[in-house]
Design a protein around this ligand. Structure first.
Ligand code: HEC
Length: 243
């Protein structure tokens, strides 16, 4: 009798542990991937706006923080299925996404002067500059690390750590599903965290600086890597603390 009770209750405890753990895991992954996709969207809008931003014949470009967020929200709705324009701070994820929107607005506000400079062509307001600034602001506001990274990094601030390098290597394996992120629960400095990396790919807009011919200087005066369209350029890394 006693033995039976013990077995049944053990199974119940085990099942509830497995269930709560998997529910939790899904939640951490959802949070991390949705934040990473927001930075993918913001970077994409900066890439798409390069011609406008670098138009020397124009002063006011009309790329205000609000206009930028409108464009970013439209892109993000397609990739993540969430409308950044209408969410309220009613869930942990929504609060984080609103902090992301706020970070983006601040970076765009700070860049207005350079963006609107007449008579100046290349402004240096590129996806990587936006990405670094927004990542840092978001991390400051929320305590969650958000960082762009690449195995072929130009800026040491974007250098991948061991986990990020492993994720990027996985994205490059033949047979890895395109667009799929990679995540794991790991121990970091004695604390359990969920680490996630969302892949970043080379699109047409990236080629003039990161494409062929390899070694030639791009408009920013840096050496092109010789990437082809569709190549893995790196990733967006997110670290979510596990409570
Ligand atoms: C106008 C040139 C230009 C364009 C267009 C451009 N990049 Fe870059 N990219 C750079 C420069 C310059 C850096 C280094 C920035 C720095 O030093 O902080 C960089 C850095 C990066 C980084 C960070 C890793 C590193 O090298 O430090 C990523 C990721 C990246 N680019 C991806 C892309 C993708 C994806 C696109 C297209 C959507 C793109 N870039 C378009 C010039 C460009």
């Amino acid at each position: 009798m006693k033995m039976k009770f013990f077995v049944v209750s053990s199974v119940v405890v085990l099942l509830s542990f497995v269930f709560s753990f998997s529910a939790f895991a899904a939640n951490e992954e959802d949070t991390a991937s949705k934040i990473a996709l927001a930075l993918v969207s913001g970077r994409a809008i900066v890439a798409q706006s390069q011609e406008l931003i670098n138009d020397a014949s124009k002063g006011d470009k009309g790329l205000t923080p609000d206009v930028f967020v409108d464009k970013m929200a439209a892109d993000y709705k397609t990739s993540a299925g969430i409308d950044l324009k209408t969410i309220k701070p009613d869930t942990e994820l929504h609060k984080l996404l609103l902090a992301f929107v706020e970070s983006s607005k601040e970076v765009l506000a700070e860049a207005q002067e350079i963006i609107n400079k007449e008579g100046m062509a290349f402004k240096g307001f590129i996806p990587a500059v936006y990405g670094k600034k927004v990542g840092d602001k978001f991390t400051q506001k929320t305590g969650l690390r958000l960082k762009q990274t690449s195995d072929k990094y130009r800026n040491a601030a974007n250098k991948p750590d061991e986990f990020e390098a492993k994720a990027i290597a996985k994205f490059m394996e033949s047979g890895y599903t395109k667009g799929k992120g990679y995540g794991e629960f790991v121990d970091m400095g004695g604390k359990k965290v969920y680490r996630y990396v969302q892949p970043l790919y080379i699109g047409k807009a990236c080629l003039k600086c990161h494409g062929d011919p390899k070694g030639e200087k791009d408009i920013a005066g840096r050496e092109k890597e010789g990437y082809k369209e569709g190549d893995v350029r790196g990733g967006i890394s997110v670290i979510v603390p596990v409570k």
